[in-house]
Design a protein. Structure first.
Length: 387
């Protein structure tokens, strides 16, 4: 009898089952997963993978780099000054426009840009742009930078102060309220919107790979009194689904169900999720962080500007010109000598020509100004020079 009792306690074969005997699977929402916010992660997820962020960075860097920097002495523009040649050809490997395009791009992606200044007996002779993700700032006891460490592969190069106490590195950064040494970039602010936009693209691709059909669940309604699948039946069914019906190669293949199985779609359709509206909203948030009018990016649903010309003018006035001014001021402080300033030529910007002509017509027709005052407002001497 003892043997019969022990035999009776042997566990029955394991079966897949639950309190709800006819429900095979149930999925819930998990926590959101966001990409990293360091410079390298932002470059990969934003600039390299997101079309909106890429276009914003390219538009800003291309526009800003197209405006030539000028060298002036007491308001008079110089054309044959060492700084003019340095800005036009900062180093043997880059033109001035190429270096400044990369500089503006670094500011948009990482919030920081580093220029190493190679000095000579008569002043700076070369400028080299350093990758922000490879630069570390070393601080002294007073909290101010004492050196910059530049990492290249397995090597490290420390750039220390000169004998006169100055650092040969010009560090440009965008405002960051909680960090004294590193700036905050527009791409970092737009990071969540970039992740949302990327996820929407991946979702579309997954739907296409599965014949644009959302996921679902197989419901088992037992026959002959059975309440659940056995373990072997469950594994065989799962393997057959993966091999026979998943992927774009099997798109449209009919599913034959037997043994009390029923297919029940579970996911919401893109129309129910208002999918395209969500994607366009994320795109507008990205453009807003960079200061690029969505109209210039072809994003539907934005009526902030009445026409393309007005949006383009706002882009130059509110985004590009302040950025160029920030860079020109920093260069002037670290590179220029006394009474010499580095600025930029606004008259060369085609997008501002119409506004400039309207201002000129208004100024010339103003009766409250004398001819001398009008000449001075236009940047000319108050009295014409004698011929």
């Amino acid at each position: 009898m003892l043997g019969r009792k022990q035999k009776a306690k042997v566990a029955a074969p394991e079966q897949k089952g639950s309190a709800l005997s006819d429900l095979i699977s149930l999925y819930g929402l998990g926590n959101a997963r966001w990409s990293g916010r360091d410079a390298a992660s932002l470059a990969h997820t934003g600039f390299k993978r997101n079309v909106i962020a890429y276009r914003c960075v390219q538009m800003i860097s291309d526009a800003a780099a197209s405006v030539p920097l000028t060298v002036c002495h007491q308001g008079e523009r110089l054309s044959d000054h060492p700084l003019c040649r340095l800005l036009a050809a900062p180093n043997p490997d880059q033109s001035g426009q190429a270096m400044f395009e990369a500089l503006y791009g670094h500011l948009q992606i990482s919030g920081n840009a580093y220029i190493e200044i190679i000095g000579g007996d008569a002043g700076p002779i070369a400028l080299y742009l350093l990758r922000p993700d490879r630069v570390d700032v070393e601080l002294g006891r007073d909290g101010w930078p004492t050196a910059y460490v530049y990492r290249t592969g397995s090597g490290r190069r420390t750039i220390t102060r000169r004998p006169d106490g100055t650092l040969p590195v010009l560090h440009l950064k965008l405002f960051n309220p909680i960090d004294d040494q590193y700036g905050q970039s527009p791409l970092q602010v737009a990071g969540n919107a970039v992740d949302l936009h990327n996820a929407s693209v991946e979702w579309n691709k997954s739907l296409l790979d599965n014949a644009a059909r959302p996921s679902g669940a197989l419901i088992y309604r037992g026959v002959d009194g059975a309440t659940s699948l056995t373990g072997d039946q469950f594994d065989r069914l799962k393997a057959e689904l993966e091999e026979t019906f998943q992927g774009n190669r099997h798109a449209g293949r009919p599913m034959v169900l037997d043994g009390g199985l029923d297919w029940k779609p579970m996911s919401l359709s893109p129309a129910e999720m208002d999918f395209m509206s969500l994607k366009n909203s994320a795109a507008r948030d990205i453009a807003l962080a960079f200061g690029v009018p969505p109209m210039l990016l072809g994003i539907p649903g934005d009526n902030t500007y009445s026409n393309y010309r007005e949006a383009n003018l706002s882009f130059w006035r509110q985004t590009v010109l302040p950025l160029i001014g920030k860079v020109a001021t920093a260069l002037s402080k670290d590179l220029a000598e006394d009474m010499v300033d580095i600025g930029f030529d606004v008259d060369s910007i085609d997008a501002l020509q119409e506004q400039r002509m309207a201002r000129l017509e208004t100024l010339l027709s103003a009766d409250v100004l004398t001819d001398a005052e009008k000449r001075m407002a236009l940047g000319y001497p108050s009295v014409p020079e004698a011929q």
